[in-house]
Each structure stands twice: as structure tokens, then as C-alpha cells.
Design a protein around this ligand. Structure first.
Ligand code: UD1
Length: 353
């Protein structure tokens, strides 16, 4: 069994990254974070420490932060070198860093390929130099061609339809080629996320998008908080039970824990090259999400219907049997808990960090 003690988390101050860093430390891992902070705040890391302190886990705090971009290979090399010098050789990487707006990626594909793909190539090349060969990559269900209504398994047809999705898929292909170059050496797990929402129940860490959010959950929370605008529901004539799109919303803490399970799996295996869905396997329509948000938090949400959004698919729900079987991972939290914890975070941090 390979030991993994020190984990580098790229993009570790972001929404999924920060929750994952918390659970890593809670499980006794030493964490090193790289983040450019262009889309996130370093305050999230202070908050993680606060949660550990509150839970009487002060002794588990082992967190180092380096501000910089994966586009700067010398910087990445410096981080690995520093860790080695301090006797904390980086044993594995969880790679979140990347831009994530579909809209922006269509307007500026160069930025997305440069940041998301070149950044990954730099990272993996430095990992190789420092004999760090285990990587968990933050992929997305967006890479699937989701034109059918069945649960989406990892064997589903791949077919991203925007530059953001293309960069996620390109990284998966790159990592697969790296794995094939030396199968005994490399461990690669691509985790394909469905729709993470909610926040840590403490209300200390959560999603803090810079600028105007595009995803439904932060939009719902803004509208519920400001009580001014109305949520535009994109389409009411989809081929679903109530005419609105169905997604697989997953509590951010369940998603974050999936990364720890992926590391645990790699500890047991010398050679791994896997793509694994992280979703609940249960679909929720936009109208159902609105209702559950209202009932859970005892409030009313203004909404109106508008036309379909370009690029949306009617139903995107995971077949999560592989994650359950291989990673021994089971999502535990309900949509109501997602709505409760997300709203708790919003009330405590109306403007994010
Ligand atoms: C979107 C991206 C996807 C990305 C994911 C996570 C698109 C087409 N897809 O997925 O590539 O991986 O976010 O960042 O952008 N909705 C409304 N009104 C709104 C916003 C959303 O009705 O104001 C609906 C959408 O039509 C969809 C559902 O809510 O049915 C979820 O939308 P969203 O949160 O943007 O996630 P996805 O579209 O699933």
C-alpha cells in the first residue's frame, strides 16, 4: 500500500476545493494549496481552520498556501521544491484549478485552453519531475452528450458542446495518455461532477462567486435574499414531468468527500486510470428545487418562465453505481439539506467572503 500524507490541492480556495481541503485535514492529511485567487478568496482557508478549531481538531491543521498560476511552471516547480525541502514531499495532487464559466469560454476560448489545459500540462510535467504520480482531476458531467433521458453512466457517449467542456475532456485525454506512458507509475482518477450546491453546515465556507452567477443555486439564493428580482426558469416545455429541466444536485460536502475516497482508492492500487461520476443518481426539476428551497427555508421565491437556454439538456442525472462500488462512496444528503445549508451560508455571508 502506498502512503499518501501530503496532498497538493490546486484551486484549493474555491468552492469545491475549500470543502475538500477541510475534509482532507479532518482525515489527517497535510495540505498544500496553490491558487491564483482570480476567482476566489484566501479567506476560505482561514474559515476551514476556524471549523477545525471549533470542532476541537486544532492539531489537524496543516495547511500551506501559495498564490500563483499553473501557467507559471517555475512557480509550480518552486512549490514542489519547497515541500521537498521541508520534508513534506507531495504524494498526490487534487487538481481543481481552472476557469468554469461556459459563457465566458465561448467568448474567450483561448483563455480557457491556456488556463485549463496548458496549466494541467505544466502541473503534470512538474509532478513527473518530483516523482509525484497520483492525480485526482476535477472533471464534469458537461462532457457527456446528454441527449437521452437515461441515467448517464461513464460509458455514455462523450460530446462536449462548448470550450469549457472541451478543456475538461482534453485534460481527461491528456491524463489518460500520461497514464498509458507508464501504467505502473501513474494513478489517474477523473471525477465527473454533476451539480454541486449547498455549503458546509457550519455556514463558514460556501460558494462565493465573483460577479454575476450563472448557475441556478447561487441565483436562487441572491433572489431570495434581495427579494427584488425574479428567477427566470429557462423553459417550461421540456419533455419532463413538469416541463422544467431535471438535474442531479449533489451536496457539496458529499462531493468533497468523494475526493478523499478517490485518494484512498489510489493508496490501495499501484495503477489506476478511471473516470467516475459523482452525483446522487436522483433527478430534481427546477420547479421542485424552487419548492423545496421555499419549504425548507420558509420563504417565497419570485420566478417567471422564459425561453430555453442554449446548450441545456432536459435531463442530466448520474448513474453513480461505479463510485458506490469502486470508491465505496455514498452521497448522504437530501435536496432539503442542500437548500438549508446553502441558505445558512448565504444568511451568514450575504456578500460571500
Ligand atoms: C452548467 C453548465 C455546465 C457546468 C455546470 C457547473 C450550461 C449549459 N451548463 O450546468 O457546463 O458544468 O453549470 O458549473 O451552462 N436554470 C434556470 N434559470 C437560471 C439558471 C439555470 O432555469 O437562471 C436552469 C437551467 O436551465 C438548468 C438548471 O437550472 O436546467 C441548472 O442550471 P445550472 O446551475 O446553470 O447548471 P447546468 O446547466 O446543469
Amino acid at each position: 500500500m502506498k502512503s499518501i500524507r501530503t496532498v497538493l490541492v490546486t484551486g484549493g480556495t474555491g468552492y469545491i476545493g475549500s470543502h475538500t481541503c477541510f475534509y482532507l485535514m479532518e482525515q489527517g492529511y497535510k495540505v498544500i494549496v496553490i491558487d491564483s485567487l482570480v476567482n476566489s478568496s484566501v479567506k476560505s482557508l482561514e474559515r476551514i481552520k476556524d471549523i477545525l478549531k471549533k470542532n476541537n481538531n486544532r492539531d489537524l491543521i496543516s495547511l500551506e498556501f501559495f498564490e500563483g498560476s499553473l501557467n507559471n511552471k517555475e512557480f509550480v516547480d518552486y512549490v514542489f521544491h519547497q515541500a521537498l525541502n521541508k520534508g513534506n514531499k507531495i504524494d498526490a495532487v487534487i487538481h481543481f484549478a481552472g476557469f468554469k464559466s461556459v459563457k465566458e469560454s465561448v467568448q474567450n476560448p483561448y483563455l480557457y485552453w491556456q488556463n485549463n489545459v496548458i496549466g494541467t500540462i505544466n502541473l503534470v510535467s512538474v509532478m513527473n519531475k518530483y516523482i509525484c504520480n497520483k492525480i485526482v482531476f476535477s472533471s464534469s458531467a458537461t462532457i457527456y452528450n446528454a441527449n437521452n433521458i437515461d441515467l448517464i453512466s461513464e460509458k455514455n457517449e462523450i460530446g462536449p458542446i462548448n470550450p469549457y467542456g472541451n478543456t475538461k475532456r482534453a485534460n481527461e485525454i491528456f491524463l489518460s495518455d500520461i497514464y498509458k506512458s507508464d501504467k505502473q507509475k501513474w494513478g489517474v482518477i477523473n471525477l465527473r461532477y454533476f451539480n454541486p450546491i449547498g455549503a458546509h453546515p457550519s455556514g463558514l465556507i460556501g460558494e462565493s462567486p465573483k460577479g454575476i452567477p450563472n448557475n441556478i443555486f447561487p441565483i436562487i439564493m441572491n433572489i431570495a435574499f434581495e427579494k427584488k428580482q425574479s428567477l427566470e426558469v429557462f423553459g417550461k416545455d421540456w419533455p419532463t414531468k413538469d416541463g422544467t429541466c431535471i438535474r442531479d444536485y449533489i451536496h457539496i460536502t458529499d462531493l468533497a468527500k468523494g475526493h478523499i475516497k478517490a485518494l484512498e482508492f489510489m493508496k490501495k492500487k499501484d495503477s489506476t486510470n478511471l473516470c467516475i461520476n459523482l452525483g446522487t443518481g436522483k433527478g430534481t426539476s427546477v420547479l421542485e428545487l424552487i419548492r423545496i428551497f421555499e419549504d425548507t427555508n420558509k420563504l417565497k421565491l419570485n420566478y417567471n418562465f422564459s425561453s430555453r437556454r442554449d446548450g441545456d439538456a432536459p435531463i442530466v442525472v448520474a448513474d453513480n453505481s461505479l463510485a458506490k462500488k469502486i470508491l465505496n462512496w455514498v452521497p448522504e444528503k437530501s435536496i432539503s439539506e442542500m437548500c438549508k445549508d446553502g441558505w445558512n451560508w448565504k444568511l451568514k455571508n450575504p456578500n460571500g467572503y
